[in-house]
Design a protein around this ligand. Structure first.
Ligand SMILES: Nc1ncnc2c1ncn2[C@@H]1O[C@H](COP(=O)(O)OP(=O)(O)OP(=O)(O)O)[C@@H](O)[C@H]1O
Ligand SMILES: [Mg+2]
Length: 467
């Protein structure tokens, strides 16, 4: 596949010049005339390299660089500038721009910088490929390896501790980011994989039940204890015990857990004898344990015992490059399960998935795809199937029967309408009309709609309109 280069520059002459020269060099080129368009373009299809003008009409090149790097930290961005201003250069380098090219553009210099940038990009990809093919994901087919640098660091740590006996691990991150998945990965990548992986949600049980679940109890330890019962610590011996929502654990249970972590011994409830175990404790929380310590609801000594190795799983909105691979994975999975034909996600769908904030992270993505596959039919999943609000709220599951002409000819339905869906329908209809009227000539269609060609092309892709 040809490397994809995105040119963001407000000067048409420069865009055209770069587009044709870079295409001649065998690259695929897309262009954008403003910062906002450039960001939209980059996020709807991640390029291999960006050439970014420092002076743009709507925002500064540095702002664009900042937004690009926030969501795509490893993206290679080369700044185009008329002057090598020391001040801006320093700022850009702090934001990790790859390099500079000065205007007027010296073609030879530019091409060599571009080539270096693309080499750096492909090296980073190779590193990722080696990583995902390594033992960590061997034999694991229900987890999509993340491509985000922060997650790759998490995987690196998981690999480093995999051999390391019973090192305790603390996983934090927002709800739905995949903490359970990481805990499982820790277990499956270690020699402990032949022993049990057991988990318990500390928020789900009242104090005394949690205690007897964890440590077991002797016969007659309390009224209901008719027989002896082994706790999870004993049952998980040799393996891994995953304590989910550790922040919810009662202080009395925390004391006993501390003893396990310090000495690897514990007593069953009602028992007098110390029992030794070899269990790796992995704990997870979506709360801030440090502030719980300050508030007195979490023991400081336990906190330090748990926080030996900390893995922070970043939210999905900070792992933009993972959204589409995960969505495709869920699409395949649920298409199979519900006997549907969905094979791919079209560009309108991709744009919507990438633009959404995902407050519920991967769990929400999974649910959105599951719901769409279950309720809809087709080969390509489109934005109309997904129906995500751009404000970060998922639209409800039922298809709105209301169309634009319904609303314009009748009165507003009692339960209201979905403005964004209707506006999108309207826009799509007009773009299709103009494109047909122009016989597929993009410049002409753009003129008919008073749009520039870049904006038109973006919409053609968004609505899946093809020559
Ligand atoms: N890399 C991945 N590949 C495939 N599925 C994933 C991946 N990461 C997470 N998931 C799925 O996303 C959902 C949420 O993940 P998980 O339960 O691990 O999140 P969590 O961080 O533990 O959430 P909570 O804080 O609510 O317990 C699960 O259905 C899980 O299978
Ligand atoms: Mg969880």
């Amino acid at each position: 596949m040809k490397p994809l280069i995105l040119v963001i520059d407000d000067e048409e002459a420069i865009r055209l010049f770069l587009e044709s020269t870079l295409e001649d060099e065998g690259y695929e080129v897309r262009t954008a005339a403003s910062g906002a368009d450039g960001l939209q373009e980059a996020f709807s299809r991640v390029p291999d390299l960006v050439l970014l003008d420092l002076m743009l009409p709507d925002m500064s090149g540095l702002q664009v660089l900042g937004s690009l790097k926030e969501k795509l930290p490893h993206l290679c961005v080369i700044m185009l500038t008329a002057h090598r201003e020391a001040d801006t250069a320093v700022k850009a380098m702090k934001l990790e721009a790859f390099d500079y090219a000065t205007k007027p553009i010296q073609l030879k210099d530019l091409l060599s910088v571009v080539q270096k940038g693309l080499e750096a990009t492909s090296e980073a990809r190779d590193r990722f490929r080696r990583l995902t093919q390594s033992d960590l994901f061997g034999g694991i087919d229900d987890v999509v390896p993340s491509q985000s640098p922060a997650m790759i660091e998490v995987y690196d740590t998981v690999r480093r501790i995999s051999a390391g006996g019973a090192t305790t691990v603390l996983i934090d991150g927002e709800s739905g980011v995949g903490k359970d998945v990481v805990a499982n990965l820790i277990h499956r990548s270690s020699p402990r994989r032949d022993f049990p992986f057991l988990d318990i949600n500390c928020a789900a049980l009242p104090e005394h039940l949690l205690e007897s679940e964890l440590f077991g109890h002797e016969k007659g330890a309390f009224t209901d204890a008719a027989t002896q019962k082994l706790g999870l610590l004993e049952l998980a011996n040799g393996g891994t015990l995953f304590l989910d929502e550790i922040g919810e654990m009662a202080l009395t249970v925390q004391v006993k857990l501390l003893r396990v972590l310090e000495k690897m011994v514990f007593r069953r409830v009602g028992g007098l004898q110390d029992i030794g175990v070899d269990v790796r404790i992995v704990a997870a929380t979506n709360r801030n344990l440090a502030s719980q310590v300050r508030a007195g609801t979490f023991r400081e000594d336990l906190y330090y015992r748990l926080d030996v190795v900390r893995l922070t799983v970043p939210p999905l909105r900070a792992r933009l490059e993972d959204i589409v691979p995960l969505a495709e994975f869920f699409l395949g999975k649920f298409s199979g399960r519900f006997k549907k034909n969905f094979k791919r996600i079209d560009e309108s769908g991709v744009a919507q998935l990438i633009g959404y904030r995902w407050p519920g992270n991967i769990r929400e993505l999974r649910n959105v795809i599951e719901r769409a596959v279950l309720l809809q039919e087709g080969l390509s999943l489109t934005s109309a199937h997904l129906r995500l609000g751009s404000d970060g709220a998922a639209a409800d599951a039922v298809d709105l029967p209301v169309t634009l002409s319904d609303v314009l000819t009748g009165s507003l339905p009692e339960d209201g309408v979905d403005l964004e869906v209707l506006v999108a329908q309207f826009e799509e209809a007009l773009v299709r009309k103009a494109y047909q009227a122009a016989n597929g000539n993009q410049s002409l269609a753009a003129r008919l709609l008073r749009l520039n060609r870049d904006k038109l092309r973006y919409r053609l892709r968004q609505y899946g309109i093809r020559p």
